[in-house]
Design a protein around this ligand. Structure first.
Ligand SMILES: Cc1cc2nc3c(=O)[nH]c(=O)nc-3n(C[C@H](O)[C@H](O)[C@H](O)COP(=O)(O)O)c2cc1C
Length: 211
C-alpha cells in the first residue's frame, strides 16, 4: 500500500511539507509506504480549457501534472497539501489539481483516482484554513474519492517549519489523519480480499441546463 503526498507550496521544506512529513511518518509506522511529491517553486498554471487532454489522455502542458499522474496510477491513497494564500489554497496547487483531475481518465487512460481515499492538509500563518480545505476537498467529492478525516481541521499554523514544530495540536491532528488513512486503506484491502466489488458505474447524461 502506498500513499502519495503532494506538497503544493513553493517552499520545499516549509510548513506544508512539515505537516505532510508528520502524516507520512505515521503512515509508515502503520505499514504504509509513502512518497512526498513537491510541485516545485515555479508558479504552476491552471487549465487552458483547450480540450487537448481528451485526445492525448494527458495535459498538453507536459510538466509536474503529467509526472504526478504516472505516479498516481500506482498509489492507493493521496494527501494534497497547500499553504493558505489570501484565504484560499495556494493558486499553484489549485492549478495543478485543475489540470490533473480534468485530464484524468481520458482517451482510454485509466482513472487513477476513483475510490482511492484522499485527504487535504493546509498551512497558514493565521487565517483562511477552512476555506482552503474546502477548495481542495471538492476535487475528491467530484471524483468518487472517500475523504479521510482527522479529529480536528487538517491544518497547521506557522510561517516556517520551525514554527509549525511548536504547533502541537496541528501535528497531533496530522498523526491522527495518518492513522485514520492507514486504517481506511487496510479496510479497503480487506474488503477486496473478501470479494467486495467496486460499485458499478452508470453512464450519465450531461444536461448543462441549456434550454
Ligand atoms: C501570497 C501569500 C499569501 C498569504 N496569505 C495568507 C493568508 O491569507 N492567511 C494566512 O494565515 N497566511 C497567509 N500567508 C502565509 C502562509 O500561509 C504561511 O506562511 C504558510 O504556513 C506557509 O506555508 P509553506 O511554508 O508551506 O509555504 C500567505 C503567504 C503568501 C506568500
Amino acid at each position: 500500500m502506498k500513499v502519495l503526498l503532494v506538497n503544493g507550496s513553493p517552499h520545499k521544506q516549509g510548513c506544508t511539507n512539515r505537516a505532510l512529513e508528520e502524516v507520512a511518518r505515521t503512515l509508515e509506522d502503520n505499514g504504509v509506504e509513502t512518497q512526498i511529491f513537491w510541485i516545485g517553486a515555479k508558479p504552476v498554471g491552471s487549465c487552458a480549457a483547450c480540450g487537448g487532454c481528451s485526445t492525448k489522455g494527458a495535459c498538453v502542458f507536459n510538466d509536474c501534472v503529467n509526472e504526478f499522474r504516472e505516479l498516481a496510477a500506482g498509489a492507493d491513497g493521496f494527501v494534497f497539501g497547500a499553504p493558505v494564500h489570501y484565504a484560499h489554497a495556494a493558486g499553484s496547487l489549485l492549478g495543478f489539481m485543475d489540470r490533473l483531475f480534468y485530464s484524468n481518465g481520458r482517451a482510454g487512460k485509466p482513472n487513477v483516482f476513483r475510490l482511492k481515499p484522499a485527504a487535504a492538509v493546509v498551512s497558514a500563518r493565521r487565517g483562511g484554513t477552512t476555506a482552503a480545505l474546502d477548495d481542495i476537498q471538492k476535487f475528491f467529492t467530484i471524483s468518487e474519492m472517500p475523504i479521510v478525516a482527522s479529529r480536528y481541521w487538517n491544518q497547521v499554523h506557522g510561517n516556517t517549519a520551525a514554527e509549525v514544530e511548536q504547533d502541537a495540536e496541528g501535528l497531533w491532528t496530522m498523526r491522527q489523519l495518518g492513522r485514520n488513512m492507514a486504517w481506511m486503506l487496510k479496510c479497503m484491502e480487506a474488503g477486496r480480499a473478501a470479494g467486495i466489488e467496486p460499485p458499478a458505474r452508470e453512464d450519465g447524461t450531461m444536461t448543462n441546463f441549456i434550454r
